[in-house]
Design a protein around this ligand. Structure first.
Ligand SMILES: *Cc1c(COP(=O)(O)O)cnc(C)c1O
Length: 227
C-alpha cells in the first residue's frame, strides 16, 4: 500500500472541482495515519468516539478531526473540545447536546446535517422534510455554540451506479434549495459531504465539496467498516 501515491492520485481527481479530501482512518493504526500526514494530509475522519479521541491525543495537533459516524448524545462530551466537523447530526437532540458541550468549551462546533438518501433503512439521517423543519425551527437560532455548515449523505450500498448518481443528485438539489432560503445566522450551507471509495467520482460529478475516503487510501479494512 503506497499511501502517499494513493493520496496524490485522489487529490489529482479532486483538485479541479476544489473538493476536499477527508481521509477516513478508522481501524488504522497511528503509524499508518502518520504516513498519510507525512504525505500532506490534514483532514482525517473516524466513526467511533473513543478511537477519535485517542488518535487525536497521539497525533500532530494540526490535524482536523472529523466525526463521520453515528454519534450518541452521551458521548459528545469527549470530542467537543477539539472536533473540527461533525458530519453526522441525525437528531435535534444530538444538535442540542453538541451546543451544550460546545458552550462548556467556549467553542462553536461545525456540524453537517445528515440526510437519509439511501434505500436501506439502516442508514441514519433526516428526511428532507424533517431537515427543513429543523433548519426553520425557532430554537435553532438559540444554539450559539453550533454552526451548521452543510449536509452529509451516504448513498445506497449497491453496484447500480445510476441509483447512486440519482441519490447524490437529489441531495445536491436539496442542498441548492436550502442555499436559496433565508435561514438562521448560525446556518451557512457551504459543504456537501458525499462520496466514499466506491462512489466518490460520481459524487464529485454531482457536486460534492467533501469526500470521505478510507479504503482507496489505506487499503481494505478487516473489521469495523459498517459505521
Ligand atoms: C468508513 C466510512 C467511509 C469511508 O469508506 P470507504 O469505503 O473505505 O472509503 C465514509 N463515510 C463514512 C460515514 C464511513 O463510516
Amino acid at each position: 500500500m503506497n499511501i502517499n501515491k494513493n493520496i496524490t492520485e485522489i487529490q489529482n481527481i479532486l483538485t479541479p472541482s476544489e473538493c476536499k479530501l477527508v481521509a477516513i482512518s478508522k481501524t488504522k493504526p497511528i503509524e499508518t495515519i502518520q504516513e498519510a500526514y507525512d504525505a500532506g494530509q490534514r483532514l482525517f475522519g473516524e466513526n467511533k468516539v473513543q478511537e477519535l479521541v485517542s488518535k487525536h491525543e497521539e497525533l500532530p495537533k494540526d490535524i482536523e478531526w472529523h466525526m463521520v459516524g453515528h454519534l450518541q448524545s452521551n458521548k459528545v462530551k469527549y470530542l467537543a473540545s477539539f472536533v473540527s466537523l461533525i458530519h453526522s447530526i441525525d437528531s435535534h437532540k444530538l444538535l442540542k447536546e453538541v451546543n451544550k458541550q460546545g458552550a462548556k468549551h467556549n467553542r462553536v462546533v461545525n456540524c453537517l446535517i445528515q440526510i437519509h438518501i439511501a434505500e436501506e433503512s439502516t442508514k441514519f439521517g433526516f428526511t428532507e422534510a424533517e431537515a427543513v423543519d429543523l433548519l426553520n425551527s425557532e430554537e435553532i437560532g438559540d444554539l450559539a455554540h453550533v454552526r451548521i455548515v452543510g449536509l452529509m449523505g451516504m448513498a445506497t450500498n449497491t453496484t447500480n451506479m445510476e441509483q447512486v448518481r440519482t441519490e447524490f443528485s437529489r441531495l445536491k438539489n436539496f442542498f441548492d434549495k436550502l442555499r436559496g432560503l433565508v435561514l438562521s445566522s448560525n446556518i451557512s450551507m457551504q459543504e456537501l459531504s458525499m462520496g466514499m471509495t466506491s462512489d466518490y467520482k460520481i459524487a464529485i460529478e454531482e457536486g460534492s465539496t467533501m469526500v470521505r475516503i478510507g479504503s482507496a487510501i489505506f487499503g481494505e479494512r478487516n473489521y469495523g467498516n459498517h459505521g
